[in-house]
Design a binder for this molecule. Structure first.
Ligand SMILES: [Zn+2]
Length: 516
């Protein structure tokens, strides 16, 4: 297909985002209902075509999250995952049915290794089950996706046979996943071409890919597949996901856009929303983006070498292949301070992806902003994000910190005295520790009677300057589930206590959701 000065319309790649489903399978990336909804809103704003909101049969909490998103977000297809059986598909549909053009995404393995060891089924049985499941799903909606799990290690002729049969049964999207992250770009493109050539009715469906990054090739494999004829790519923001993660949406989208000469396709993505989306995902999941990460890392557009800096100052394109503004990085971001008004704050919050706060939320954020501005001179985006995290993505708090006093130094026994509310009832205590943070955690553990295990603890400063807020991230384990807790405060001991209590609150909330 030739693109003569835009006269021929380029094919559009369907961007299927699975940050909320596969992305959530990253260890420690559990998100609650409010967080998932907020993220889904942001994904809609960046115009992804399909949002995979979850796996409804997995738990009552997952079901509610998918339903809440399907019921309330319009203009975007919401997908729910279901194994190839009637109960999974019925449950998925129950969650999805009020959505706008909702999609049932059902899957079944096709590789001999999965058939033999996991499913204990023959190829004939798999073919039959795939067809009957798709038929069942197609009774509910014409928007049915079928995935051949572990496709890259399957016999391709068998995949062709299954795909052809499920198209006849009503599947409109066929996904060819590299479940184990084993594929190499040339080989993967060859497999896609083979499918395009050997499935007689392939023109009736969209071929999709879903790549894992175990060899660091998820984006490369997805691009190779696009050039071979795939028209849907499944991906996540920041590339989060099971093990080494999934195809990073921002890298895929910017590669297609920056090298349009190499790809006869486009996407609907509003690239200016990339940065706010990336920040929102890392704030919510507590999974920090590595500084050298392409497109969204802190150093992605930083020029350290003098020669490069000089070049960019003279002419940006000497060393920059992309304009930072195109991915939503505005240079010369004005810093807010004590005298900034509600309007300036509202504008800034909108640029961070929160442009639809109600008056109550906005008022709470504004009050916190003013309190913080009394303590420190410059308020950066990161400061505002930490306030939004607390005030907008709120969950009901079982535990609340009332006050904390700590004594530390090199000649004193570190002691912390703490007062908290447990379901509104006041409790207080004091404890000793190796340091004041250790003393605070021990005291909180005692006051709450928690059985959560502390796996990880990290302190960093949100921004530069000695008046910067300390930001603490903790990872807790509760009943085998990993939970992230975050807290920020100009006082790092208070920040640590807040993070710990945030983690405990999230653990309590998850338990509550599970029971309901
Ligand atoms: Zn996956």
């Amino acid at each position: 297909m030739t693109d003569v000065k835009g006269s021929a319309k380029k094919d559009q790649i369907i961007i299927f985002d699975t940050t909320l489903r596969d992305g959530e399978q990253s260890p420690g990336a559990t998100m609650n209902m409010q967080e998932k909804f907020r993220l889904a809103q942001q994904l809609t704003k960046m115009r992804v075509d399909v949002i995979e909101a979850g796996f409804p049969i997995a738990s009552a909490g997952d079901f509610d999250c998918v339903k809440n998103i399907a019921d309330n977000l319009k203009d975007v297809q919401i997908a729910g995952l279901a194994r190839a059986n009637v109960k999974d598909i019925d449950t998925a549909w129950e969650a999805l049915k009020k959505g706008f053009n909702p999609r049932i995404h059902t899957f079944l393995a096709t590789s001999d290794i999965h058939l033999k060891h996991k499913l204990k089924m023959t190829r004939e049985q798999v073919l039959e089950l795939a067809v009957s499941s798709v038929k069942h799903a197609a009774q509910y909606t014409s928007n049915v996706e079928f995935s051949a799990e572990d496709a890259t290690r399957s016999d391709l002729d068998f995949v062709c046979k299954v795909f052809s049969a499920v198209i006849d049964a009503g599947a409109t999207t066929l996904n060819f996943p590299d479940t184990t992250g084993y594929a190499i770009p040339d080989e993967f493109a060859g497999q896609i071409r083979y499918l395009m050539e050997n499935i007689p009715n392939i023109d009736k469906a969209v071929l999709s890919v879903h790549c894992h990054n175990d060899l660091g090739l998820a984006v490369a494999n997805s691009l190779a597949a696009v050039n071979a004829g795939a028209r849907q790519v499944e991906c996540t923001i920041n590339g989060i996901g099971e093990r080494a993660g999934n195809t990073a949406m921002e890298e895929l989208v910017m590669a297609i856009r920056t090298r349009k000469d190499q790809h006869d396709v486009t996407t609907n993505i509003i690239t200016e929303q990339i940065h706010p989306s990336s920040r929102m995902v890392s704030t919510i999941t507590g999974m920090v983006v590595q500084p050298n990460k392409a497109i969204v890392g802190a150093n992605a557009f930083a020029h350290e070498s003098g020669i490069h800096q000089d070049g960019v100052l003279k002419e940006r394109t000497t060393y920059e292949i992309m304009n930072p503004a195109d991915v939503g990085l505005s240079s010369g971001n004005l810093v807010l301070g004590k005298h900034s008004g509600r309007h300036a704050l509202k504008d800034r919050i909108a640029s961070l992806g929160y442009d639809d706060l109600n008056d109550d939320d906005l008022q709470r954020v504004f009050t916190r902003f003013k309190d913080l501005a009394d303590l420190k001179k410059d308020i950066f985006d990161e400061d505002i994000e930490s306030i939004l995290m607390d005030e907008v993505l709120r969950i009901p708090n079982t535990y609340e910190l009332v006050s904390l006093g700590a004594m530390s130094g090199n000649c004193t026994l570190p002691t912390t005295g703490i007062k908290i509310l447990v379901n509104g009832e006041e409790r207080e205590g004091a404890g000793l520790g190796v340091g004041p943070i250790d003393a605070a955690f021990k005291t909180i553990a005692q006051l709450t009677g928690t059985t959560c295990k502390l796996l990880y603890f990290a302190v960093s400063s949100i921004t530069g300057g000695t008046d910067a807020q300390g930001e603490v991230m903790v990872r807790l384990e509760d009943d085998g589930k990993v939970i992230v807790g975050q807290g920020a405060d100009p006082d790092i001991i208070t920040a640590a206590a807040k993070a710990y209590m945030n983690g405990l609150n999230r653990a309590a909330y998850l338990k509550m959701k599970k029971q309901s």
